[in-house]
Design a binder for this molecule. Sequence first.
Ligand code: GLY
Length: 351
Amino acid sequence: MSRTITVSASGRYDILIQSGCLDFCGTRMRTLFSASRTAVIADSRVAALYLDRVCASLRNADFDPVCFVFPEGEGSKTLETWATLQSFLAKNRLTRSDPLVALGGGVTGDLTGFAGATYLRGVPFVQIPTSLLAMVDSSVGGKTGVDLPEGKNLTGAFWQPSLVLIDPDVLRTLSADQFSDGSAEVIKYGMIFDRNLFDRLQNGFPQDAVEEIIGTCVDWKRQVVEEDEFDNARRQLLNYGHTVGHAVELLSNFSLSHGQSVAIGMSVVATAADRLCLSESPCADLLRQTLSAHSLPTVCPYDAASLLQVMLRDKKVRGNHIQLVIPSAIGACRLYPTPVDTLLTFLEAGL
Ligand code: GLY
């Protein structure tokens, strides 16, 4: 099975979902780029698994790849790694027409995309996501950046990829926890837009429909990015669970993963929305059951005051409001601008 979804944003690009496409990334890139040089960026885990295959495919298509490998983990998503990568590209004399290739999960995609947006004031980049989370969310839509000590993703740029190549076969090398991490984002799409998708996830991930479900999520992402590329309106819905989730992730010092933190964030917000009668129909119980079926946590280990302190540094604070996303029902979320002086009460209701 093969599916191509085309995004028409500030750039127009294809997202190809096809088993085995890792092995023809070179020929596929050759249809877009005449350059001979390219730089592949990967973390140490993904490099050990897939870098040779990707480089072989690139060489077969007459590219001459150089490789930048960095330590696995969110701790590498920093300005320091970004600066080291910029120097690496300059030392290797990559030029404006030479594409970067992000081979990996969300950290790699965000870091490479930000390097693409900034090196020589902008070079093209290709996303080859290897985690479920990156396939269904972060590789599409052009949000790029790194963390600051003060918070997640606080510096970055919108920079659309030129191509996204999703090879579902590579999910086989993810641990169960890494797969669940991506399930949290898939459940998020169900909560925001798609009751039917949510219902299919209630008893765990249907393993016979992984490729199809990736396509469903990517198509939701396409619609949102085409409507609101720069995150001023509808795209903000995709932040459901993320504002609380980012605070949880930071407070845990990244011992809780992104997906686990988002799962907790979605639970806290749905619980608050139910208790404060902001939902049209109660959602929190069914959401928690579904998250548990994917081995995702639903109980927040931090109190409201600690969450609040971190959330006030979030980039979704505008003036004295923070943009929250709350479920009206399963499959229908809405933006809920919340005065920061009521946020503590909201969080207390969610815990
Ligand atoms: N990950 C949320 C977005 O791309 O808008």
